[in-house]
Design a protein around this ligand. Structure first.
Ligand SMILES: NC(=O)c1ccc[n+]([C@@H]2O[C@H](COP(=O)([O-])OP(=O)(O)OC[C@H]3O[C@@H](n4cnc5c(N)ncnc54)[C@H](O)[C@@H]3O)[C@@H](O)[C@H]2O)c1
Length: 357
């Protein structure tokens, strides 16, 4: 499936491909000068890696993508591009999950003030979320994504076969973003997820191709209206304010982001229904869906005070002494709710956690 998405200043060509063997043709046509490759891809798909050597594409391997999303690796990346005499018109190809594509995006956006970029995301989260919207970043001083830029790739190539080698829980972490996109969009979108749940679990290539394309279009449409996140783009944070709180109460043993978002979406729906914005059945529908999918929350620790403290200090809060939440009035109707009554939210968290455990 090929389609183009139009951004404020350019077009991005998106290709979805089912089998990795067909990627080589795409890479030949793209003719990148260099590639940044996640080590798990070079190990699981050596035939792609070996072909790079034949095509005279120099490779920069990223061994531990989230850890190497830093200034030190960035410097190595600049030396690598300089050594290869990369010009602004040459393609840099990035193959890997969201950490690799975020890193490569920042590298490309700053090298010679912007070098052509093709992203080939290989995790589900990378395919439905991180590759869309132009956010690039590295971590700095223990803060995730502190240094970054807005920079779009010219091409995105999505190959669903890559997902076969993803671990079960890594795969589910991407499903959370698909559910989020559906919930903020329409009944039709969430019905599509519910109707295809078994095929999604089985990683059926045809259903995956469809659902990934839908999710990309949803995120792109939201971002396109609000590239720098002054308005509608904030709706993409549905489940994330609670989710970030959950993640920061699990710092000793970090949890997967999408798992925190899954619980965060349940919290946001339950809170929306307790405030009489949405029918309680929507909360039941989503928590049943999450249960059926098989998320492993066994090692997650939920601490209401820690979650609340983190939500209070969230940089996305816009009003003094209030917490900005994205809630739903209905499926497809997200809105910003500024909670001024901290004790009410804290009491809700305590009750939710008691029921959840
Ligand atoms: N730019 C954005 O808008 C945006 C949005 C969401 C997340 N992100 C960023 O994305 C990152 C998380 O992305 P992620 O979940 O893809 O994590 P990741 O890139 O760290 O990849 C997760 C793990 O999967 C491995 N992997 C990658 N592809 C694989 C494959 N096909 N088979 C087997 N293993 C594979 C990686 O080596 C890694 O160990 C974070 O750094 C986050 O900040 C960015």
């Amino acid at each position: 499936m090929n389609f183009k998405i139009k951004t404020n200043d350019s077009n991005i060509c998106i290709k979805t491909i089912r089998e990795t063997k067909d990627l080589l043709e795409e890479i030949k046509v793209l003719d990148p000068k260099v590639a940044l490759v996640d080590k798990s891809i070079s190990e699981n798909y050596p035939f792609i890696f070996n072909e790079f050597k034949n095509l005279d594409i120099d490779i920069f391997v990223i061994t531990d993508p989230e850890t190497e999303k830093n200034l030190e690796t960035l410097e190595k990346g600049y030396y690598f591009l300089q050594k290869n005499n990369v010009q602004r018109t040459d393609f840099i190809l990035a193959i890997g999950g969201g950490a690799t594509t975020d890193f490569a995006g920042f590298l490309a956006s700053t090298f010679k003030r912007g070098t052509k970029l093709c992203l080939m995301p290989t995790t589900l989260l990378g395919q439905v979320d991180a590759c869309i919207g132009g956010k690039t970043a590295i971590n700095f001083g223990n803060i995730k994504n502190l240094v970054g830029s807005f920079y779009n790739p010219s091409e995105i190539i999505i190959c669903t076969e890559f997902l076969n080698t993803l671990g079960e829980q890594e795969y589910l972490t991407g499903i959370s973003e698909i559910i989020k996109h559906a919930l903020i969009t329409s009944d039709d979108e969430i019905s599509f997820v519910l109707e295809n749940i078994e095929n999604i679990k089985m990683r059926d290539q045809i259903v995956l191709e469809e659902i990934i394309s839908r999710s990309i279009s949803i995120k792109h449409n939201v971002v396109n209206e609000d590239f720098t996140e002054k308005g509608r783009r904030k709706f993409l944070n549905f489940g994330h304010t609670f989710g970030h709180g959950i993640e920061s109460s699990n710092l000793k043993k970090p949890m997967l982001h999408g798992h925190a978002v899954a619980i965060g979406m349940m919290m946001a729906l339950k809170y929306s229904s307790e405030l009489n914005f949405i029918e309680a059945s929507n909360y039941e529908m989503v928590s049943n869906l999450i249960k059926r999918l098989g998320y492993d929350f066994s090692e997650v620790s939920l601490n209401s005070n820690a979650i609340y403290a983190s939500m209070k200090s969230d940089k996305k809060n816009t009003e003094k002494d209030s917490i900005s939440l994205i809630l739903l009035k209905n499926v497809g109707e997200p809105f910003i709710y500024n909670e001024n009554d901290g004790s009410k939210l804290l009491e809700f968290l305590e009750r939710f956690i008691k029921d959840f455990e």
